[in-house]
Ligand binder design. Structure first.
Ligand SMILES: [Zn+2]
Length: 327
């Protein structure tokens, strides 16, 4: 089977290289990946995949399926193709998307022989909106037996799928009352004080949180001019923990810092999510061991564990379907 795969791979390699280069040269931000959507689905259509665009009501998402005539598992390969502002494809999602469609086309030979379905799911905006979260909520993975995605990495090693952090993206909006800072400061309520108190509260909290926890933020809005007491100030934070349980406990403490900040500054506080929140990745060990065994048999010398310091929307997939996310 491998020799058959190799000859098939040689046939599609130049085409994959062209697609990868095109996406690298035409980076598109999340939910605007129209060129990538076109080139990826064109290739899959040419290879007899059935294409559904605007999948899950997301404009640049797609589902490409290939059914063999025999019964068998439904194997999902997830594709990403969004880029970063200013940098372009810094994260390598051009390679990720290309790898996923290449793997899907090669797997056709397997399902023709052993049965089953290949579902290549185009999942836009991993860097921002994390559309896999919406897909997991909408039961896209209900009939999928396993999901795989492989991310490029800059090191010399293949990295095992391990875990990623559960993450919540919180906006803290403090509302006060404007007044002239020199003429009538006693009439104002300083919204920026709410944000500054929040940062100080969180900085004090750091000593009492787990080593695996992360809380990091910025001031999005700190006022308009130094002589005007700001009536609005906004902070954005990412709060991360190794799993959902730890995250919920940490979130409560961070939110209490915000309530305290509002109370001491006399401001009104609104808390909301400014981006999609991600669950932690739970790697399916059986699938990961198989993946590693196959790579080693192909001459890869050794693999290392990946670091779990970041977050990915594949975490939400792993809560509803056996998943691996190696690098
Ligand atoms: Zn990435």
């Amino acid at each position: 089977m491998y020799s058959k795969l190799e000859s098939k791979y040689d046939k599609i390699f130049q085409e994959l290289k062209r697609i990868n280069r095109f996406m690298y040269d035409n980076p598109e931000l999340g939910l605007r990946e129209f060129k990538a959507l076109n080139i990826l689905t064109e290739f899959l259509k040419e290879n007899n995949f059935k294409i559904e665009t605007k999948f899950c009501n997301i404009e640049t998402a797609f589902l490409a399926t290939y059914n063999s005539t025999k019964k068998g598992p439904n194997i999902a390969i997830l594709a990403e193709y969004d880029a970063l502002p200013d940098i372009g494809h810094g994260c390598g999602h051009n390679l990720l998307g290309t790898t996923s469609i290449g793997a899907g086309v090669l797997l056709k030979g397997f399902v023709n022989e052993y049965g089953g379905t290949i579902s290549i799911i185009g999942t836009p905006a991993e860097e921002t909106f994390g559309t896999k979260v919406q897909m997991a909520k909408n039961e896209v993975f209900k009939d999928i037996d396993l999901a795989m995605i492989v991310h490029p990495t800059s090191g010399n090693y293949h990295l095992r799928s391990t875990s990623s952090q559960a993450m919540e993206a919180l906006e803290f909006k403090f509302l006060g009352k404007t007044s002239h800072a020199a003429g009538s400061p006693h009439l104002g309520i300083n919204a920026l004080d709410g944000v500054i108190n929040l940062f100080n509260g969180i900085n004090a909290l750091r000593q009492q949180i787990l080593e695996s926890d992360r809380v990091h933020g910025i001031i999005k809005n700190g006022g308009e001019a130094a002589n005007i007491i700001p009536d609005l100030s906004i902070a954005h934070f990412y709060v991360r923990s190794k799993n959902r349980k730890d995250l919920l406990s940490l979130l409560k403490k961070v939110e209490n810092c915000a309530y305290g900040a509002a109370l001491s500054s006399g401001t009104t506080l609104e808390i909301s999510n400014y981006e999609t929140s991600f669950l932690n990745l739970i790697t399916n060990k059986t699938l990961m061991d198989l993946y590693e065994k196959q790579l080693l048999s192909l001459g890869i010398e050794k693999m290392k564990d990946s670091q779990s310091s970041g977050s990915t929307d594949a975490g939400d997939v792993s809560y509803v379907c056996p998943t691996i996310h190696p690098y």
